[in-house]
Design a protein around this ligand. Structure first.
Ligand code: FAD
Length: 474
């Protein structure tokens, strides 16, 4: 068995792993990246963020042609060439993963196409796709093995009519009747894509609302629109007992009251969450500890209980988002390089790329209330935005959570098209400790949706131009 040594080994080539490998190489370390794929990219590029957003863009274009009807502009009903659409999505993925492959070469990162498992705290066994094994010892290791979908008993992945996000993104067919189990962001994004491509989509969600855990006030805008996009949204409803029949798959529904009758679907997409890939890594041979959900436990420097081993990204805890993984990569690498840094973001943005988009960052109104904090919440309805009117999309809101004493921006939430792009301004404001006066004094371009952030800040002083909200006296 061959044996090699690396100053730093990164296990997993997703947005956590490749960001760590690249930064470490930029800082002069000799880096080995272990990932089975031909190029880095991980879940995000191959079967997550990127392919889903490429398809959501198509969905948005189709929806815009429909919206134009009400302005007297008529397009013919679109015909979908599925092979070309799939090829385009794959080309986007190929372009980005290929680009990362180039960056691996330019930075002289040693990419080993294999799976890694720990033999002990300082040694890994690498197994390539032919089953050949080699040994790698290291000074430091970063685990960035990501997550995989949670499965439901009876709904086995890959079995005929059952899809998980990966199969939905393969885009092999547009089912006539699609059931989405799970009203979280992955289910709603992929359900929206298929609904626009022509499927009759039903969503079943166990909880009383879509996007459980997200600000209700923002979700209301989405629920209203999805009520038209989807055939049915079944809340507080469980989908159980799948029975494959000649003409589809029959699903029974359970609800405390008024469960609908069993229904036939052509495909069922299960999107009920993701769990960390911390099994099969030989962690039992190391001092690394996991919590009861399987997330690797780390300190604020992303160090595990094993002194030389770090963990980042989905495998190291919520929120399971690509940009959080890349941010943690920077912390772990800088700590390994000897810098005294720690993980303490004030705002991790999250975006649901549906129509309308929902985005938030920092403290939510509910968190502030639960924590008994003295905050003021300002809301700027898009009905008062000139730009929203020109887009025919007044169905949105920009909301700020503001510390009552310091007047600093602590959180922001936005519902509306483009919310995902806009939330970055709020992240900068929160991280830089900006207050409402700072935001109000920044000249925002007109007419843009970004003005809604400025006006939401001005509401605090009762001076927003396009809405009358006199300052509340205490
Ligand atoms: P991953 O990207 O999961 O990468 C882990 C890598 O490790 C994989 O390549 C895997 O093959 C490799 N690996 C696993 N085990 C081993 C081993 N033993 N040896 C070697 N390699 C191994 N996030 C967003 O921020 N925005 C979005 O819009 C978004 N959309 C999404 C849509 C979908 C449909 C899905 C499924 C996810 C989406 N996510 C999104 C989540 C995002 O993909 C993850 O948060 C992100 O990929 C996590 O990065 P990571 O580096 O931790 O792990």
């Amino acid at each position: 068995m061959t044996e090699q040594h690396a100053q730093l080994v990164v296990i997993g080539g997703g947005p956590g792993g490749y960001a760590a490998a690249f930064l470490a190489a930029d800082m002069g370390m000799s880096v080995t990246l272990v990932d089975p794929e031909a190029n880095p990219g991980g879940t995000c590029l191959y079967r997550g963020c990127i392919p889903s957003k490429a398809l959501l863009h198509v969905s948005r274009v189709i929806n815009e042609t429909r919206e134009a009807e009400s302005w007297g502009v008529h397009f013919a009903r679109p015909t979908i060439e599925l092979d070309r659409l799939r090829a385009w999505k794959e080309q986007v993925v190929g372009q980005l993963t290929g680009g990362l492959g180039q960056l691996v070469k330019q930075r002289k990162v040693n990419h080993v196409h294999a799976r890694a498992a720990f033999r002990d705290d300082t040694t890994l066994v690498l197994t390539d796709e032919k089953g050949s094994e080699s040994i790698l010892t290291y000074d430091h290791a970063i685990i960035a093995t990501g997550s995989r979908p949670v499965t439901i008993p009876g709904f086995a992945p890959g079995a005929g009519h059952i899809w998980y996000s990966r199969q939905a993104l393969d885009l092999n067919e547009i089912p006539k009747r699609l059931l989405v189990i799970g009203g979280g962001y992955i289910g709603l994004e992929l359900g929206s894509v298929y609904a626009t491509l022509g499927s009759e989509v039903t969503v079943a969600e166990m909880m009383p609302t879509l996007l459980p855990g997200v600000d209700r006030e923002l979700v209301r805008f989405l629920s209203k629109r999805l009520g038209d996009t989807f055939k049915d949204i079944l809340l507080q409803t469980r989908a159980v007992n799948p029975k494959v029949q000649k003409n589809g798959i029959k699903i029974t529904f359970e609800a405390e009251k008024g469960a609908p009758a069993p229904q036939l679907f052509d495909k069922v997409l299960v999107a009920v969450g993701r769990r960390p890939v911390s099994d099969g890594l030989g962690l039992e041979n190391t001092d690394v500890k996991c919590d009861d959900r399987g997330f690797i436990q780390t300190d604020e420097q992303r160090k595990t209980a094993a002194q030389r081993i770090f963990a980042i990204g989905d495998v190291a805890g919520e929120p399971m988002l690509a940009h959080k993984a890349s941010y943690e990569a920077r912390i772990a690498v800088e700590v390994i390089a000897g810098l005294n840094v720690r993980y303490e973001p004030a705002a991790i943005p999250a975006v649901v790329f549906t129509d309308p988009e929902i985005a938030w960052a920092g403290l939510t109104e509910a968190q502030a209330k639960a924590g008994g904090m003295a905050v003021q919440v300002t809301r700027f309805p898009w009905a008062a935005s000139g730009r929203a009117a020109t887009l025919g999309r007044s169905d949105g809101m920009t909301k700020l959570v503001i510390d009552s004493d310091s007047e600093r921006i602590l959180g922001a939430g936005i519902a509306g098209p483009g919310a995902g792009e806009m939330i970055a301004e709020a992240v900068v404001a929160i991280e830089m400790g900006a207050n409402v006066t700072d935001l109000g004094l920044c000249i925002h371009p007109h007419p843009t949706l970004s003005e809604t952030i400025k006006e939401a800040a001005e509401i605090f002083h009762g001076t927003a131009t396009h809405i009358f909200r006199p300052k509340r006296t205490k």
